[in-house]
Design a protein around this ligand. Structure first.
Ligand code: CMC
Length: 376
């Protein structure tokens, strides 16, 4: 950007590159993966099918899907060196820090997977398969649960849930996680995907790109919002207190997590789908407390600020009712978005252009050197 050009703070509405992966229509509230509406995918597809679609650009045939499922299941086991490293981390380390460390470490233990280019699809699948095991290995130690088994008969979603619980999930729970994974799998140039693409655009490797992405996802304005929605529900406690708590926060100019979006100007279509799952899972557990509280918060936030829910509003209630610990909500997001990150990294390698924007320099340019003894 030349000096004097207008600055787009937060790169808002800046179109940085062409992509064939994901389209968001923020005015109509539509989300498309590789041409398919998210509502159709959430109704009919499995996470593995969506992963195939995002990586290869088309829906798989039955045999291609079976092959991918088999491959992901066979890649679940992590190297013993990495398991030992996870054991050595403090039991109270934030799980996103553990994930970031583990993704980076996996590249060191399996250096063959890391060369940039089309062969990085191997690393993409390895990472996708390994993330639930990394999270489960870490979580089961701190929660004193029995060690993880590979369970190749479980779908990716069911394995992820099993890794984080002390049991395999029910069919309904596994499908709820499957849908949540589908909905989180990609979202155009969101902050973490952009971080991944920036790293890949230097011709760095896929694992470095995903490490950058995990760090970006961790923040509360991005993936970290889902955990904080449940903190808010705890703070509200009773339905009657929703108005008072939310209005108090807004009066103090605090953000209400799970609302607003840089691109959607209407309700996030992913939130619409997950709201139904929040209700379904609540009904199956005979516990609609979260669902009712969320609905009340939606009413108040819309009335007071005109903001709509985003995906993070409902995901936490689904995970919490299934029994997934709150500090693992954002890692579960990562376990899905890794597919989007890696699809974008592959696309970047295919049409590489170093991503290197400019800043508008607003500091001084005419200072004179002051010897150290003369400085105040
Ligand atoms: N609560 C209260 N006020 C809000 C919120 C919110 N959640 N979101 C936006 N606003 C207000 C904001 O204060 C500002 O008001 P004013 O003009 O009076 O100062 C106005 O809306 C515009 O906000 P902005 O920060 O310029 O909008 P943005 O495009 O930068 O924000 C956002 C997008 C997601 C960072 C923001 O909506 C937010 O902080 N939401 C809460 C965090 C959250 O739920 N994040 C998950 C996003 S979806 C999943 C993901 O991508 O990870």
């Amino acid at each position: 950007m030349a000096q004097g050009s207008e600055v787009q703070r937060g790169l808002e509405d800046v179109v940085a590159l062409e992509s064939r992966i994901c389209f968001i229509d923020g005015k109509e509230g539509r989300l498309i993966y590789r041409g398919y509406d998210i509502r159709e995918l959430a109704a009919h597809a499995t996470f593995e099918e969506v992963a195939y679609l995002l990586w290869y650009g088309r829906l798989p045939t039955a045999s291609q899907l079976a092959e991918l499922r088999g491959r992901l299941a066979s890649l679940r086991t992590i190297p013993p060196e990495l398991a030992r490293q996870l054991d050595a981390l403090p039991a109270d380390a934030p799980p996103m820090d553990v994930l970031r460390t583990a993704v980076s470490a996996l590249a060191v233990f399996e250096p063959g997977e890391t060369s940039p280019g089309p062969s990085s699809i191997g690393g993409a699948q390895r990472l996708t398969a390994a993330l639930p095991t990394i999270l489960g290995t870490y979580h089961r130690r701190r929660a004193h649960l029995p060690p993880l088994e590979a369970r190749p008969e479980l779908s990716h979603a069911a394995y992820l849930a099993y890794a984080l619980l002390d049991r395999a999930p029910s069919e309904l729970e596994a499908r709820a996680i499957d849908v949540a994974l589908i909905l989180h799998a990609d979202h155009d140039l969101n902050a973490s995907t952009f971080a991944a693409r920036v790293t890949a655009s230097t011709l760095s490797d896929l694992y470095s790109a995903v490490t950058s992405a995990v760090g970006a996802l961790k923040g509360p304005l991005h993936g970290g919002a889902n955990e904080r929605v449940l903190d808010l529900l705890d703070e509200i406690g009773e339905l009657e207190r929703a108005d008072e708590v939310v209005r108090g926060k807004l009066a103090r100019h605090e953000r209400i997590m799970g609302f607003g979006h840089r691109v959607y100007k209407v309700e996030d279509p992913r939130a619409t789908i997950l709201r139904e799952w929040s209700r379904k899972i609540g009904e199956s557990k005979g516990d609609l407390r979260y669902y009712r509280l969320l609905q009340r918060v939606v009413e108040v936030v819309h009335r007071e600020k005109g903001l709509y829910p985003n995906i993070d509003l409902y995901s936490g209630s689904v995970y919490a009712l299934i029994g997934i610990p709150r500090d693992l909500f954002t890692p579960v997001f990562a376990a899905s978005r890794v597919v989007g990150w890696t699809a974008h990294v592959l696309e970047e390698y295919d049409d590489l252009r170093l991503i290197r924007p400019r800043s508008q320099y607003v500091g001084p340019t005419d200072l004179s050197w002051t010897p150290i003894g003369d400085r105040k």
